[in-house]
Design a protein around this ligand. Structure first.
Ligand SMILES: Cc1cc2nc3c(=O)[nH]c(=O)nc-3n(C[C@H](O)[C@H](O)[C@H](O)COP(=O)(O)OP(=O)(O)OC[C@H]3O[C@@H](n4cnc5c(N)ncnc54)[C@H](O)[C@@H]3O)c2cc1C
Length: 405
């Protein structure tokens, strides 16, 4: 069997690996000059356990994320030989209830406790699967602990969670290397997918490559194009019947200067706030939604947004993000962002169902569980929703193609 996997982000690469592991020949297409050059490396690498989705009281989003999170490290152990506990994980995140949170402390605390109970249940009997880490009890910090790391006016309550991030750039390097040496995976770069269609029992793919336009038939085709996914689906008449939003979001990363203590990794809830992620090698990642969200589109194809902004936007995002987060994390205020030698701003598109932004507590954006593999005959379209989910859906798609269920 020969399968075309369209899109070489984390979803496409993991799907290629899952198929090849089952003996399937894969042709992996991407329009860029390297695999894993887009959204897959423009994020903070948080492997979500579901704590962030208090606005989905059905808990469906949290349960989906847990399933993905527990499948993440085992996937890379199986396919890349990276032991589950060998990833350089970030400091676990504290969940910090912001004074302007859409959910008050009691609501947030009840939600976090419920999610935590579900994680412990889900991890029962597979305790190493979340990066070999213990799912330690959820604990509310004392006031003095909070005051040592956060501004007491902004941080109303702080809860310690086991949730970590992995460095997506480091992971991308390992995935690229594995794919390059895989005898069953052929990579075609510089290939922009134009269309796909079903030709009898063949899935035919058309693309513009370095040598001009080409077409080829495959036994199956998998659409893993992320922000290009809806446009390709439409070519097969698969237009979603619900609204979607493409958002351009940036993040700031830098190496923490010598002498500055590592800030606590933190996620500020609930609403348009942000995150601090602190990695062991002092790589630090910051986002603040109002400063980092710079594009919003409900078009089928999002604009060709700039993922690496030039000045003055670069400097503006760095300054505004530091200024906003320093009000909650005072230690960040000791850093002058203008003097950081390696401050980087990188952005990517976030694709989600919904009509209104996260400022609206009722927005469908808060519900992230209607994602995954949609199949129409031999054409399969994967919406990962989050980086967290890519390995989980890769295995699901490969099992479906190979008729395992
Ligand atoms: C700022 C930011 C922070 C985020 N933080 C997190 C987080 O902490 N945790 C988490 O779980 N998720 C996070 N996400 C979401 C996560 O990054 C994405 O859900 C995930 O990376 C998308 O899947 P992908 O890696 O396959 O996408 P991509 O890497 O974008 O892969 C799609 C590929 O398709 C290619 N492509 C597109 N169109 C075409 C075409 N027509 N022809 C050929 N090739 C094409 C692109 O070149 C690209 O390589 C974040 C996203 C952003 C933007």
């Amino acid at each position: 069997m020969r399968v075309a996997v369209l899109g070489g982000g984390l979803q496409g690469c993991t799907t290629a690996l899952a198929l090849a592991d089952r003996g399937v020949e894969v042709v992996l297409f991407d329009r860029n000059e390297a695999l894993l050059s887009r959204t897959a490396i423009a994020n903070e690498g948080k492997i979500h356990l579901g704590y962030m989705y208090a606005a989905d009281p059905t808990l469906a989003t949290a349960k989906t994320m847990m399933a993905g999170a527990l499948a993440f490290a085992p996937f890379f152990e199986r396919h890349l030989g990276i032991a589950v506990d060998a990833h350089a994980t970030s400091m676990p995140a504290a969940y910090v209830v912001h004074r302007d949170s859409q959910h008050d402390v009691d609501e947030a605390s009840a939600y976090l406790a419920t999610v935590h109970g579900l994680i412990r249940e889900a991890a029962e009997g597979r305790r190493d699967d979340y990066f070999g880490l213990d799912i330690t009890p959820l604990r509310r910090w004392s006031c003095s602990e909070r005051d040592a790391s956060f501004d007491a006016d902004a941080a109303v309550a702080v809860f310690e969670t086991p949730e970590v991030a992995i460095n997506p750039v480091a992971l991308a390097g390992a995935v690229r290397e594995r794919i390059a040496g895989h005898p069953l995976i052929e990579v075609r770069l510089g290939a922009t997918i134009r269309s796909a269609c079903m030709d009898g029992d063949r899935a035919t793919v058309e693309w513009d490559g370095l040598d001009g336009p080409s077409r080829e038939g495959f036994d199956h085709a998998v659409n893993a194009l992320w922000d290009g996914r809806l446009a390709l689906d439409e070519k097969l008449g698969l237009r979603p019947s619900r609204p979607w939003i493409h958002r351009l979001k940036y993040g700031v990363s830098f190496t923490l200067p010598d002498g500055v203590e590592r800030p606590q990794s933190a996620t500020f809830i609930s609403g348009p706030f942000g995150e601090v992620v602190s990695y062991p090698d002092r790589l630090t990642y910051l986002t603040w939604y109002p400063s980092c969200l710079r594009g919003y589109s409900s078009d089928l194809v999002p604009p060709n947004w700039q993922t690496h902004p030039d000045e003055p936007l670069h400097g503006e995002i760095v300054r505004d993000t530091f200024a906003a987060l320093s009000e909650i994390v005072p230690s960040l205020g000791t850093i002058d962002p203008e003097t950081l030698p390696d401050a980087r701003v990188k952005g990517g598109v976030i694709v989600a169902w919904g009509k209104t932004d996260i400022y609206d507590p009722e927005s469908e954006l808060h519900q992230r569980y209607q994602i995954g593999v949609m199949s129409s005959g031999r054409y399969h379209s994967i919406d990962p929703g989050k980086l967290t989910m890519a390995p989980y859906f890769a295995e699901a798609c490969a099992s479906r193609i190979c008729g395992e269920f």
